[in-house]
Design a protein around this ligand. Structure first.
Ligand SMILES: Cc1ncc(COP(=O)(O)O)c(C=O)c1O
Length: 381
């Protein structure tokens, strides 16, 4: 574990906390979680489960009503899976990823990571002894087919993709996902498809699932969860969908580690999937307005290029013109303006000229924070 880097955002977070304690106004753009509360009907289902005594261990795989609800979540989109065989419910998507890596990867394996990428992938791949290999998705964060094909060596046994993407908000369409699947078949590797932001999409885009492209689940493990779609980060509830052999191995890990996801949280999760879905529309409508606001504000600043993301709640503007490392730039901006961000370097070594800003924050914070920033930045050029 000593070889695994500590969270790249910790230093910035500590600095922001110190400045805040000293009375400085801090504009938080570093947090990767919805600022909305969990919808009340989901909270009520959790309370009800507690009051009904659902406080015991459950099956390691998950409670049947939740496994059914996950099956139905996909069948409603024309995707057929068997909830009792192809699904495991975990304490968060992170745990699903960890179990997936642990049951699939060997220490001689290389794992392609489509970059820029959420740093947890690389940390978890290293934790199980395998080696992450970045494949950049430049330019404009679309799939670089040539780079991807050239990276498919004999030692590659898996690939990680994340659409919509953290940190760019970029998405892969069905053709691009199909191309990845074809490579997985040709080179016999597993695709870990992190689809946790699948419902947070804009401009009418519909995020396809890798399950549509590989219905036999021979080369696919889908990772998903409740944290982002239902504003449930602290509840810790995620799941994976894959072939029954991989899922059985993950169940064995879960039996011997966390035992199961928290019992009453699984009931709340069942309600999340089966109950009123209007909160998703409400949240995505608001995120989309914030996205437009933050993207426009960045693109009106000198020397910054900011793509208009199609999903998730992050922007990843390019600050190349400033000629500073992302750690130095993020720290300088925080000290001078109180605006927090996440340095691009944590998402991949080639992204040291970017900063990530989360717009899971109030529109007034976006307006004020970015106005302060736009006044300060020209002093650096
Ligand atoms: C791409 C991605 N996957 C997974 C997660 C973690 O999800 P969970 O809260 O379910 O562990 C995050 C959280 O930031 C994320 O950005």
């Amino acid at each position: 574990m000593e070889r695994i880097p500590a969270s790249g955002t910790l230093k910035m977070f500590e600095l922001a906390t110190r400045l805040e304690a000293e009375g400085k106004r801090i504009y938080h753009f570093e947090v990767g979680q919805p600022d909305f509360p969990t919808p009340p009907h989901i909270v009520a289902a959790g309370i009800e489960a507690l009051e009904h005594g659902f406080t015991r261990y459950t099956s390691a795989r998950g409670i049947p009503p939740l496994l059914d609800a996950i099956e139905n979540h996909y069948s409603g989109r024309g995707i057929q899976i068997d909830g009792s065989k192809n699904v495991i419910v975990t304490p968060g998507a992170k745990m699903a990823l960890f179990q997936g890596f642990l049951s699939t990867l060997d220490s001689i394996d290389d794992v392609l990571v489509l970059s820029p990428a959420w740093p947890t992938y690389r940390s978890l791949i290293r934790t199980v002894g395998a080696k992450p290999v970045d494949v950049n998705t430049h330019p404009r964060y679309g799939l670089d087919e040539e780079a991807l094909k050239n990276s498919c060596s004999k030692t590659v046994t898996a690939l990680v993709l994340n659409t919509p993407n953290n940190p760019t908000g970029g998405v892969l369409d069905k053709d691009q996902m199909k191309l990845i699947h074809d490579l997985a078949v040709d080179h016999d590797f597993v695709v870990f498809s992190d689809e946790i932001y699948e419902m947070l999409v804009y401009n009418g885009f519909k995020q396809p699932s890798m399950l549509e492209i590989d219905p036999n689940l021979e080369h696919t493990l889908v990772i998903n969860g409740f944290s982002k779609t239902y504003a449930m980060t602290g509840w810790r509830l995620g799941f994976a969908v894959g072939n029954k052999e991989t899922i059985n191995n993950m169940v064995r890990i879960q039996q011997n580690t966390t035992s199961c996801a928290t019992s009453f949280v699984q009931y709340a999760g069942t309600k999340a999937l089966t109950g009123d879905q209007s909160s998703i529309k409400m949240m995505t409508t608001e995120y989309e307005k914030r996205r437009d606001e933050i993207t426009n504000m960045f693109n009106n600043m000198d020397g910054i290029f900011c793509l208009n993301p199609m999903g998730a709640f992050y922007v990843f503007p390019d600050f190349s013109a400033y000629n500073l490392s992302s750690n130095t730039l993020a720290e300088l901006i925080l000290k001078k303006t109180g605006v927090t961000s996440t340095p691009g370097i944590v998402f991949g070594k080639d992204y040291d000229n970017h900063l990530r800003f989360s717009y899971a924050t109030d529109r007034s914070v976006i307006k004020e924070g970015l106005s302060v920033l736009s006044e300060f930045l020209p002093t650096l050029l």
